[in-house]
Design a protein around this ligand. Sequence first.
Ligand SMILES: [Zn+2]
Length: 195
Amino acid sequence: MNINYIKTQGSDSNISIIFNRGSVNELKEEYGYTHLLEHCLLEMFRLEKDCTLQAYTEFDHVEFDFLIFQNSGDDIYINIFDNIKRIFIEEHITEAVLRQAKKEVLNEIKKFNPRKKMTSEFSEIISAGNVKRIPLGEKASIENVSIEKIEAFKKKFWDNCKILLLAVTEIDYASFVSFIPNVIMKLRVITIKFL
Ligand SMILES: [Zn+2]
């Protein structure tokens, strides 16, 4: 594991967790599963009130951006890492979560018009260029995903990914690192930026 400690300037307090697997890693029969998994995980996060989360699926990575409001305590960092550990290692995707995630993804597919200029709303496909299979996925493959298939895909995703962690935060480096659960520390590559 590498930890690169880069001092930086800025006033935002946020954490981005980037998994180095995207739609290019999908098998033919898994088309759109990365994007669907991203929506399942979004449903599974239970974050503190003073933190908002956005996520994007790209060809080569999935990114979760946590925006933390100022004056929130250090608990928020612990909460984020606990969530990562829980949703990937301890909990399974439920039928209710999958149903909701499918609904959201199918809605995005329905709204997507490749001839229209892309907006930030479709950041999943901004980097799509002229590649035929876009990270968004397609109706048939998403509709047919079973709970067993997406759960197996989640496991494969986690087992094969490395995490890049980018943090811009006002707390000191040693405390921040101490919040990261061992299970993530042990296996992943982490880069941290500090104020
Ligand atoms: Zn989406």
